[in-house]
Design a binder for this molecule. Structure first.
Ligand code: ZN
Length: 426
């Protein structure tokens, strides 16, 4: 395929033990979004990379000022501080700059009882007859980030000279909106970046596009009364029922015909209610229901259009009900507002990862869009950087108890990324 690669094969330059030890260390930092450990994980990487001789820049992100910007992508947890980190391995000049962006924040472990051990003490287990590491963040996405780190080390070990720079950019706040990447792109303004790889879990497939996801809140008002006089009050729960039906219908309409890159998913653009709170007493007719959910945004659809469609569907329901006409359901958009984003699946960086993976694995990876929002849309939309997600781990286990990543896939990813660096930057 005429691609440049490491002499003798990238795999021979990967230090598997070092990679796994670094992953273990990072997984022990419980970097839940909004906690001090989120900053600890960022600092840990900055320190390690400075120790390895990379040019490391760190800065305190002014969270309040950043969140106040009109195009800020949203934030769903309280956060007082965040640390920006960019590590640069400089090329000799005249080459293309390659960026690796990966988040270090993780979502909460959920029901601890559903885990077979402490989520922040990594352990090796067998999954489908192969060694895998179980810990919160193993799959999403500390393994991918460490694989990119090891890929750069492998290139440095090989002594192959690079002309372009390699940037490692770990970020906070990805899971709840994208604070870290937003701040990093601001910081990198003016730095020409020719391509970006986000080693999110893709099971080593190529994901050059993401649907968007918009978080919303619906408030339904009723009229409280003692349940023994139910028919004289108005139940907010009952008034929510036709709203829910209308949203299900809207989801079906919005998924009737989807982009080719999204056709593998049963529902490409889900519209899902995640929380419903109503009432405060079993024998009182509830006068308030608050429901929160997420609305999928189609590839190439604007977030405004998606929001307008949901608002119109809710307004339609209200028009057809005497009570709701007078007391319309309100829709608020809050928290993560992930736009959709895409890079051409045949863009240079995507083809390069495809060819390199094919050579290493002996088969071509699949190429498709992810049904989730991620930092990809910021990198593509704000940064104008051709971006592809490619990393170890299966999104089916991300955010789940006993989240895991297959060790051989992590090693394979590091090896592929090492060759990608050599081709892209030399
Ligand atoms: Zn992730």
């Amino acid at each position: 395929m005429g691609r440049r690669s490491l002499p003798g094969g990238a795999a021979s330059f990967i230090d598997r033990e070092r990679l796994l030890a670094d992953l273990d260390e990072l997984l022990r930092i419980p970097s839940l979004g909004g906690t001090p450990a989120e900053v600890d994980a960022q600092r840990h990487l900055a320190d390690r990379w400075a120790g390895e001789g990379l040019e490391v820049t760190t800065w305190d992100i002014d969270v309040d000022a950043t969140a106040a910007r009109s195009d800020f992508p949203g934030m769903e947890v309280e956060r007082e501080s965040a640390l920006g980190v960019i590590a640069r391995f400089p090329g000799s000049g005249g080459g293309r700059t390659l960026l690796f962006d990966g988040h270090t924040d993780v979502v909460p472990p959920g029901d601890i009882g559903a885990w077979t051990g402490d989520p922040f003490i990594p352990r090796t287990v067998q999954r489908d007859g192969r060694d895998a590491i179980v810990a919160r963040g193993a799959c999403d996405m500390k393994a991918g980030l460490v694989a990119a780190w090891e890929a750069l080390r492998a290139v440095r070990r090989s002594g192959v000279p690079l002309r372009g720079d390699v940037l490692l950019c770990p970020v906070s706040g990805e899971e709840d909106g994208g604070l870290g990447t937003y701040a990093a792109l601001e910081h990198l303004l003016g730095t020409p970046i020719a391509g970006c790889i986000v080693p999110e879990p893709t099971d080593l497939d190529l994901v050059p596009a993401n649907a968007g996801a918009l978080t919303f809140r619906l408030t339904v008002n009723g009229a409280a009364i003692h349940a023994s006089r139910r028919s004289e009050g108005v139940s907010a729960v009952e008034k929510f029922v036709p709203v829910l039906a209308a949203l299900s219908h809207l989801e079906a309409v919005r998924n009737a015909s989807v982009d080719e890159l999204m056709q593998r998913w049963p529902v490409a653009y889900p519209l899902s209610i995640g929380t419903v709170h109503a009432g405060d007493w079993a024998s009182t007719v509830p006068d308030l229901l608050v429901a929160e959910g997420r609305l999928g945004v189609a590839l190439d659809e604007s977030a405004d259009n998606a929001r307008a469609e949901l608002e119109a569907a809710v307004a339609d329901v209200c028009r057809s009900d005497a009570w709701l006409r007078e007391h319309p359901v309100t829709v608020e958009w809050w928290g993560g507002q992930f736009h959709a984003g895409r890079t051409d699946p045949n863009a240079g960086i995507v083809s390069l990862v495809r060819d390199t993976h094919t050579r290493a694995a002996g088969h071509a990876p699949e190429t498709y869009g992810g049904p989730y929002g991620s930092d990809l849309r910021l990198l593509v939309g704000m940064g104008g950087i051709p971006t592809v997600q490619y990393g170890p781990g299966d999104t089916r286990v991300a955010h789940a108890p006993d989240e895991y990543v297959d060790i051989e896939d992590v090693v394979m990813c590091a090896s592929v990324l090492a060759d990608v660096i050599v081709d892209f930057c030399s």
